[in-house]
Structure formats: C-alpha cells, structure tokens
Design a protein around this ligand. Structure first.
Ligand code: MLT
Length: 195
C-alpha cells in the first residue's frame, strides 16, 4: 500500500494518477493536508518559504503517524507494508514521519524533498529503502539541501538512492520511470503492469 502525500495547494486527488503509474495495482491511501495557507492545503505550517514551523511540523507528524496507525488497522495493512510517496511539502512530512516514527513506514519516495529538521539523536532506519528524486534546476530546493537530506538519511542507516533529474520543481517523465523501477525493485509484491 502506498501513502500519497501531496504538495502545497494539492489535495487527495493530486497524486492518484502518479500512484497508479508507479505502483500499478497497489492500494493507495491519500489523505489531504489539514493546514490551509491562503486556501492551499499543506501538511504543516511554514513561517516563510522553506522555513518550517517546527512545533507544528512535530505535532502534524504525530497526527499523521496516528492516522497511519488507524488506517493500517482499518484496512488490514500488515506492519511494514506501507510505502510513503510524497511530493514537495508531502515529501517533507514523509521524511519527518520516517525520522520520528521509523516503524510507521517500509520505505519512502521523496520527490523534491527538503530537510525537514536535523535529528538531534541517532535514528535507526534498518536499511529501509528511500528514493530521493531531486531536480538539478529546482528553484525551490537547492542541490545542497537535497544532498543534505540524502546524507541525513544515510547517517540514519536508510538504503538511499539519490536521483538527479534534469528538471525543476515539477516532476518529469524520468522521475516517474525512476520511481516505478524503485518500487518494483524494493516492493515487488505489486502486480506487473498490463503490457
Ligand atoms: C512547498 O511549496 O511545498 C515547499 O517547497 C515545501 C514546504 O513548504 O514544505
């Protein structure tokens, strides 16, 4: 099962087509972010572009972990089967969830993600697969920041794949293909796509 987490201004429908493309046949769990910023849904507050309200991020991450716990129970998702796929603001809360509640996810696909926070204590991710899809020309997330996120996850013992796409903040076809291959490689219980 894939937990889809949309970007700022998106909603629960934004990533459904992407989810179907990268994990054909997988069940999709797609909540809407509860924070509104000038009418745009997000998963946590920010103080300015790229500057996060850390208190709110922590609280919303706890809420998301609780949502995941309840949904897993309601839909009978076995522990360790849920893979997050987040874009932009959704990637940022997915990283926060992974770093704060390592057991909540089997792995994470972080698309155009930033560093949500730097963990103060060591985190053990037990070689969970994490794919970072970062844009070489992303005007919102600098390449240094994407590389730092990869380093934080590597230091937390995740199995990190960092893919640089010749793209900006918007996803391109190469990102989708990469995500599809990564899903197949690490979570192969999804049925193969129709030929
Ligand atoms: C966004 O627009 O979503 C930002 O780039 C990332 C964030 O604020 O979490």
């Amino acid at each position: 099962m894939v937990l889809l987490l949309h970007g700022t201004g998106g909603d629960e429908n934004s990533l459904l087509a992407l989810g179907k493309a990268i994990a054909p046949g997988a069940a999709l769990l797609s909540p809407r972010g509860k924070v509104l910023e000038q009418g745009m849904a997000r998963f946590f507050r920010r103080l300015a572009d790229g500057i996060f309200d850390q208190e709110d991020l922590e609280k919303r991450t706890v809420d998301l972990a609780e949502f995941v716990r309840r949904a897993s129970k309601a839909y009978g998702i076995p522990k360790g089967k849920l893979v997050a796929a987040g874009f932009s603001n959704g990637a940022n809360i997915a990283s926060s969830l992974l770093l704060r509640f390592p057991d909540a996810l089997a792995g994470a696909l972080l698309m155009r993600g930033m560093v949500p926070f730097t963990p103060e204590q060591a985190v053990e991710l037990n070689r969970k697969p994490v794919l970072l899809l970062s844009g070489l020309d992303d005007p919102i997330v600098g390449t240094d920041e994407a590389a730092e996120l990869a380093n934080i996850l590597r230091a937390s013992n995740a199995e990190v794949t960092l893919h640089w796409e010749k793209a900006g903040h918007t996803l391109s076809q190469g990102d989708v293909l990469m995500a599809f291959d990564w899903m197949r490689k690490f979570f192969r219980n999804h049925p193969a796509p129709a030929q």
